[in-house]
Design a protein around this ligand. Structure first.
Ligand SMILES: NC(=O)c1ccc[n+]([C@@H]2O[C@H](COP(=O)([O-])OP(=O)(O)OC[C@H]3O[C@@H](n4cnc5c(N)ncnc54)[C@H](O)[C@@H]3O)[C@@H](O)[C@H]2O)c1
Length: 449
């Protein structure tokens, strides 16, 4: 019945159900019909709107991604979010998306730092370094800190004040680029730094023999802790080793390739063997873990801020001559040493740290003096009538010590510039002031107290 009704009302054949009643069935008319339909029902307007939205979306997609990455890169969690954003896509599209995201990321990153010209934008300064100096309250360390602060770096001094003094650093208190931490390097410490100058260790025989177990612990455990810090934060590490690693040398002058002649069980071994182990640790961290390291083998150094009465020969002679006491010469006084002024050493340490060579490098003044000759120079600087007193030599005291500095000359472009006769009066002036409290302006080399 239903089918009958349909058939009765139908005016067009069943095979053309989309053609309206009375519509001619020619091909031209059929082609125009969809446009008319679209125009009549305002579909054209919606199509235009759709195209506009799509164009807007595809054009703005890379821009929005780039800004997303700029935000992510600041938080350090970029890579995690990158991975998250591509998950769920096919392998190929993931790859493409990852590349687009990476490019957007690097563009965004570059854009933040470098202007279109490739120069650092106005108002942004070159980044200064953050540097830790262990043992920075000591003699050498405090002079090194002065130089680093003067060139604009931020310096953190870590020191337990065993032989160091706050007075050596007081002129930096209040400087926002300077921090002082009382800390023993035998305990680990975490600091965010770019470079580590590791000096912490008592350096004079009087001090390192005072508590030999602590001395070797400082050299071994302290160095391990600082190397661990370098590894953790990716800092460059410089070890201040010593000419004592050559022991009582059988080769003269000493070249870095000489392995030394050291007594492993003597009273000085806590220092000599401690420093040798520190060198070993430094090289092992370098070779096996890729840590950037530098090794300096320092020869006798003198200058202002040395510990008075620390048993080192220059400070001993100067303090004794100033106090009108006889200068103590151990043995026959014919054993030789070379003496380097502290500013020369600091220059060498900085060049080594900034340079491309691991070392070890001898840093010392090759000018060689017997103890008796040194006593004469002190007499010239302080008191021509100062007396000399001979005493038996100490155990394991090396007979000769003179650096071969060809390697430092060639690879670091470094050599000492201050002679003993020029440097000693500067030290005498500082000692005179500390012993007698004389104002520095009244001090002159050669004057008597
Ligand atoms: N001055 C030299 O002639 C000479 C020669 C060879 C090597 N060196 C090396 O240079 C470095 C500095 O020597 P210096 O002459 O300035 O000696 P220094 O005694 O004046 O300075 C050493 C500093 O290390 C600190 N220190 C010691 N043990 C410590 C620890 N466990 N934790 C934290 N801080 C500690 C001391 O308090 C001091 O401030 C030393 O490593 C020394 O072995 C010096």
């Amino acid at each position: 019945m239903a089918s009958e009704l349909i058939h009765r009302n139908q005016t067009t054949p069943q095979s053309s159900p989309n053609i309206s009643p009375g519509t001619p069935s020619s091909p031209v008319r059929n082609w125009k019909t969809p446009f008319r339909y679209v125009a009549q029902k305002q579909r054209f307007f919606f199509v235009l709107v759709g195209i506009a939205i799509a164009a807007l979306f595809f054009n703005s997609f890379p821009v929005s991604t780039s800004s997303l990455f700029q935000e992510l890169s600041g938080g350090g969690g970029g890579s995690g979010l990158i991975a998250g954003s591509v998950s769920g896509l096919g392998a190929e599209s993931s790859e493409v998306t990852r590349r687009v995201l990476y490019e957007a990321y690097t563009e965004g990153f570059r854009g933040r730092n470098v202007a279109a010209t490739g120069k650092v934008p106005l108002g942004l300064k070159k980044k200064n370094l953050r540097i830790v100096v262990t043992g920075g309250a000591g003699f050498v360390g405090s002079h090194l800190v002065d130089r680093l602060i003067a060139r604009g770096d931020s310096v953190i001094v870590v020191d337990n004040f065993f032989t160091g003094r706050k007075e050596n650093l007081m002129h930096h208190f209040g400087n926002p680029k300077f921090e002082l931490i009382r800390h023993d390097v035998v305990e680990p410490i975490l600091l965010e730094v770019d470079q580590i100058y590791h000096l912490a260790c008592p350096a004079s025989p009087v001090h390192y023999k005072f508590n030999p177990v602590k001395t070797i612990k400082t050299n071994v455990v302290g160095t391990l802790n600082m190397l661990g810090l370098a590894k953790r934060v990716g800092a460059r590490f410089l070890l201040t080793s010593t000419s004592e690693v050559y022991g009582d040398p059988l080769q003269h002058p000493q070249v870095e390739t000489y392995w030394g002649n050291v007594n492993p069980i003597g009273v000085r071994s806590c220092y000599d063997e401690g420093k040798r182990t520190a060198e070993t640790l430094t090289m092992d961290y370098h070779r096996s873990l890729g840590i950037e390291v530098r090794i300096a083998r320092i020869f006798n150094t003198y200058g202002p801020r040395m510990c008075i009465d620390d048993g080192r020969v220059v400070s001993n002679f100067v303090a004794q001559a100033l106090r009108k006491e006889p200068m103590t010469v151990y043995g026959d006084g014919k054993q030789t040493r070379s003496f380097q002024y502290v500013s020369d050493l600091v220059e060498g340490l900085i060049r080594l740290m900034e340079g491309d060579h691991v070392g070890p490098f001898n840093l010392g003044n090759p000018g060689e003096f017997t103890m008796l000759e040194l006593a004469e120079v002190v007499q010239e600087a302080i008191d021509p009538n100062a007396k000399i007193e001979f005493r038996p030599n100490t155990e394991d005291d090396p007979h000769k010590r003179k650096p071969d500095i060809s390697k430092a000359k060639q690879l670091l472009g470094w050599e000492p510039t201050i002679s003993l006769r020029k440097g000693l009066p500067l030290m005498v002036s500082d000692f005179r002031q500390r012993i007698f409290g004389t104002p520095k302006t009244l001090i002159g080399g050669g004057a008597t107290a």
